[in-house]
Design a protein around this ligand. Structure first.
Ligand code: COA
Length: 325
């Protein structure tokens, strides 16, 4: 049986740190509200870095960590909801920047679940072809699609990118569970171009070009998504939840994690979090967290971990993997 393992990780975060106090000078908010409702203390906001630049830097680090040359990479997938261009794709731009001449490259759109979706698509493509190695990247410049006058959303998000290299191997990703609920898509939206040409002018139903969210609905959806996904992955792998060293969730809100821990009857410490420093970086968040754990040497060969994401679409899903670096 062909397995797919993670062999390297990388990340990039803009240098510009914006604290909750800094934000209180931009919108009517305060450190206390943001910290108690979300757990976020600060986030990184681009001062010019775009999605391609951040994705490229994260990819270079992941390549270095896996001791590979860019020409060894057969596939690049970038998950993003904030591409710099409709065309070329972010993945093709990364390919050009790092010189990955042999790679097939494309982007996927699954909002905050994008990194998990990217991992599943990349794993399937490696398994079903003679391609051996892939770069899966989550990269976002969310600051460009935030309404900086809406205190209900602009305090939650940040910019950044994370990447990992996956390769065919002996042991590694043991199961995926991914799902989409299009009928609930209205709860988390960001509009794009309207159909406008010399013959017609139609307003997009989602006509606001920034993130809009029904926070309460998304909160409930997040808790259910994480707990259902963890349950499904435990079933698929026949692991015991006690044997899982870390659950690495999409980094959106520490209260979501507290509720989920209670629901699953597990310790909060099993969830790895760094959202206090970076806020919600959408498709990048799980990859950034994984890289941070790798750099801190928190993961040993054979450790069982579960990655789990949820977000716009609505989409959710997770991956169960044995760390095998
Ligand atoms: N600073 C200060 N006050 C704020 C504020 C801010 N940044 N944002 C909202 N408020 C105010 C509201 O105006 C409201 O005031 P009112 O009672 O006078 O009308 C009050 O705080 C409560 O607002 P509400 O939106 O009901 O708060 P909430 O308890 O639902 O918390 C979220 C809001 C966004 C933190 C919460 O709903 C949440 O975490 N949802 C999940 C979001 C998520 O995970 N998104 C990830 C998507 S992938």
């Amino acid at each position: 049986m062909i397995n797919i393992k993670v062999t390297g990780t990388g990340s990039y975060l803009p240098k510009n740190v914006i604290t909750n106090d800094d934000l209180s000078k931009v919108v009517d908010t305060n450190d206390e509200w943001i910290k108690t409702r979300t757990g976020i203390k600060e986030r990184r906001i681009s001062q010019g870095e775009d999605t391609i630049t951040m994705a490229t830097n994260a990819a270079k680090e992941a390549l270095k960590d896996s001791n590979l040359d860019s020409k060894d990479i057969d596939l690049i997938i970038v998950a993003t909801l904030t591409p710099d261009n409709f065309m070329p794709s972010t993945a093709c731009s990364v390919q050009n920047n790092i010189g990955a001449l042999n790679a097939m490259c494309f982007d996927i759109s699954a909002a905050c679940s994008g990194f998990i979706y990217g991992l599943e698509v990349a794993s399937s493509l490696l398994k079903s072809s003679n391609r051996k190695r892939a770069l899966v990247i989550g990269a976002e410049t969310l600051s460009k699609i935030l309404n900086w006058e809406d205190r209900g959303t602009c305090v939650l998000f940040g910019d950044g990118a994370g990447a990992c290299v996956i390769e065919k191997g002996d042991k590694g990703i043991e199961a995926f569970h991914t799902h989409s609920i299009g009928e609930k898509g209205d709860n988390l939206t960001c509009g794009a171009y309207d159909v406008q040409n010399p013959y017609v002018s139609i307003k997009n139903e989602v006509n606001e070009k920034y993130i809009k969210m029904n926070g309460r609905e998304i909160f409930k959806f997040a808790v259910k998504s994480i707990s259902d996904t963890v349950g499904e992955l435990i079933k698929k792998t026949s692991w015991e939840l006690d044997d899982v060293k870390y659950i690495v969730p999409h980094q959106a809100n520490v209260r979501v994690i507290d509720y989920t821990a209670k629901k699953l009857n597990i310790d909060n410490d099993k969830f790895y979090t760094n959202l206090d420093k970076y806020g919600n970086t959408s498709a990048a968040s799980i990859a950034i967290a994984l890289d941070e754990m790798n750099k801190k040497k928190l993961l040993n060969k054979g450790d069982k971990i579960i990655l789990v994401g949820f977000g716009g679409g609505l989409t959710y899903g997770g991956a169960a993997l044995c760390w095998n670096v």
